[in-house]
Design a protein around this ligand. Structure first.
Ligand code: SAM
Ligand code: DTB
Ligand code: SF4
Length: 321
């Protein structure tokens, strides 16, 4: 009998019960569901580029790009399209199948959207899937991105609704849900997840996954980020999360959203190969690849290639290949 069930009616007690399973039982359950839905040895590979860096008006307590904190980051305006396409070609040559472009905006202007649409079209012409993360969107901006051919929009819930105001005060949880609804209704694939290791409780982690899984449709991509602590940001110095709690979060996400790509996202540079192997065993099947995330370090491509070889992992082909 199949263990896979697509549900949208999770209760927090059930999620906490999954988290509370003996580690081996949790990983067995997650890997069983993983194998029913995916090739367990394939990992989808995306590369990130910060197309507009720093000077952001928001106060997200984890983020080095907020203008409110002194992280020492040099702000950069929206990049010229030719430079973006050059970076995308390089990412493709290195083996990435999706190119994700991130901008440090609360929300884009309509004129920004036109420039981003040109980037999306240029990247698609290279034969890659496209993803952008630009902050909050209006209906017409979302439609414009869809018309322009955008494949995925990344917009994270970041944490539970209860813990949210400890981390961000300049926009609400509902603002995020509204943008996610627009993206879903426009027919763009949804990339939505969060960050753990921000000092949240077990119940907060369970509630974040519950919010994601109880959406009317599961996000196609669920990034699980481990907080990257950056000097100058308010969350610098937060007590480190038990790494095995991170692995449990991946496993519970896999069980709750069986057909979604669960992305082992920020924080890999600080993880051992063994820890990443446990995350793949728990059901993570996509990563960010390339030496940089948006502004912080990601593992060097050589280290990732060696890790894939050690684990016998292969890059999942792009749907455009
Ligand atoms: N400005 C847009 C927004 O906030 O939606 C898009 C870019 S923003 C940098 C994208 C996501 O990166 C955030 O929602 C957050 O989940 C993640 N992120 C940012 N800084 C991080 C950090 N230090 N550690 C882990 N994840 C981080
Ligand atoms: C996501 O969930 N993680 C990525 C991507 N979506 C845009 C971003 C991680 C950013 C980490 C901090 C930085 O490099 O600036
Ligand atoms: Fe700005 Fe996005 Fe960073 Fe928040 S996460 S400060 S909105 S760039």
């Amino acid at each position: 009998m199949s263990s896979t069930q697509i549900r949208h009616d999770w209760q927090v007690e059930e999620v906490l019960a999954l988290y509370g399973l003996p580690f081996n039982d949790l990983l067995f359950q997650a890997q069983t569901i993983h194998r029913e839905n995916f090739n367990p040895n394939e990992v989808q590979v995306s590369s990130l580029l910060s197309i507009k860096t720093g000077s952001c008006s928001e106060d997200c307590g984890y983020c080095p790009q907020s203008a409110r904190y002194d992280s020492g980051l040099k702000p950069e305006p929206l990049m010229p399209i030719c430079d973006v396409l050059q970076a995308a070609q390089q990412a493709k040559d290195n083996g990435a199948t999706r190119f994700c472009m991130g901008a440090a905006w609360r929300k884009p202007k309509d004129s920004d959207i036109e420039r981003v649409v040109e980037m999306v079209q240029g990247v698609k012409a290279l034969g890659m899937e496209t993803c952008v993360t630009l902050g909050m969107l209006t209906d017409s901006q979302t439609e414009r991105l869809k018309e322009g051919g955008l494949d995925y929009y990344n917009h994270n819930l970041d944490t539970s609704e209860d813990y949210y105001s400890e981390v961000i005060t300049t926009r609400t949880y509902q603002d995020r849900i509204d943008t996610l609804d627009r993206v879903r209704n426009a027919g763009i694939n949804v990339c939505c997840g969060g960050i753990v290791g921000m000092g949240e409780s077990d119940v907060d982690r369970a509630n974040l996954l519950l919010q994601l899984a109880n959406m009317p449709q599961h996000p196609e991509s669920v990034p699980v980020n481990m907080l990257v602590q950056v000097e100058g940001t308010p969350l610098m110095g937060t007590e480190q999360l038990d790494p095995l709690m991170f692995v449990r979060t991946i496993a519970v996400a896999r069980i709750m959203m069986p057909k979604s790509r669960v992305r082992l996202s920020a924080g890999r540079n600080e993880m051992s190969d063994e820890m990443q192997a446990l995350c793949f065993l728990a059901g993570a099947n996509s990563i960010f690849y390339g030496d940089k995330l948006l502004t912080t370090d990601n593992p060097m491509t050589n280290r990732d290639l060696a890790l894939f070889a050690r684990l016998g992992l292969k890059s999942a082909g792009s749907s455009y290949a």
